[in-house]
Design a protein around this ligand. Structure first.
Ligand SMILES: [Zn+2]
Length: 248
């Protein structure tokens, strides 16, 4: 498939023009015209680029790309080395941030819900990315934490009483701990996100709403994989997800 065809398709599918994001969504670095083999990953780190080159991919698809708002725009140091490697190897880099958190089927939040048997009942937060919902069956905080450890292969950090029954819940993948105050006022029993801050612990204790920090990387592995699979099936190209582990 031609690169433009893929970019147009993904722009429509993920409704990228709707989002005010911290980075450009879509083709961030232009490589070859025709796409045959895609590697997906959470972050376009040097390790992922090298793995994609070893796999002879012509395109990389990520959730965390480059050119973040507020960062030094110059192509120096780490940024120069990454982009030079892509350009020397004629590899396309596609990145989708908030549109890939938000998508109702292929999004990180929808897929985290699937993993943890949570049912979506509504959305909240900036641009309606965070999700309100309930567990598909009665569960305690402790059991939910065990489920996260099992399904995401990562022990979460839990703030709250493990015996607490969880009926109403909210979640948002990645670093969404800043949504916790808003979420805690909506009558939920627990909030799940990827990262935790010092003040999150106090909010959890004082509001009585439990908090589970399940890993930024761990909670955001699934959207980009699902998107890669979708592209492979629709356009008949090769796709492989490469997990470059990250403890955060
Ligand atoms: Zn993220």
């Amino acid at each position: 498939m031609h690169r433009d065809e893929l970019e147009n398709h993904l722009s429509q599918l993920l409704d990228t023009p709707r989002f005010r994001d911290y980075c450009p969504n879509g083709l961030q670095v232009e490589g070859c015209d025709n796409i045959h083999s895609i590697i997906s990953g959470v972050t376009a780190s040097m390790d992922l680029l090298e793995a994609a080159i070893a796999a002879k991919a012509d395109t990389i698809l990520v959730h965390h790309g480059y050119f973040w708002r507020g960062e030094n725009a110059c192509l120096t140091g780490i940024k120069k080395r990454r982009i030079a490697l892509l350009m020397t190897n004629n590899i396309n880099l596609f990145a989708y941030h908030l549109p890939l958190d938000s998508h109702p089927e292929l999004g990180n939040n929808a897929l985290l819900a699937q993993k943890l048997d949570l049912i979506e009942t509504g959305r909240f937060g900036e641009q309606d990315i965070a999700v309100l919902g309930k567990p598909s069956q009665a569960i305690t905080l402790g059991t939910l934490a065990e489920k996260i450890a099992l399904k995401l292969s990562r022990e979460p950090m839990m703030i709250g009483d493990p015996n607490k029954p969880i009926q109403k819940i909210a979640w948002c993948t990645g670093a969404a701990q800043s949504y916790f105050d808003e979420a805690a006022q909506m009558g939920i029993d627990a909030f799940i996100t990827g990262e935790i801050s010092e003040q999150t612990v106090h909010t959890a204790r004082e509001s009585g709403v439990a908090f589970l920090s399940a890993g930024h990387h761990a909670t955001e592995r699934y959207g980009v994989q699902a998107l890669g699979e979708h592209i492979a099936q629709k356009f008949g190209v090769k796709h492989q997800f490469i997990d470059i582990d990250n403890p955060v």
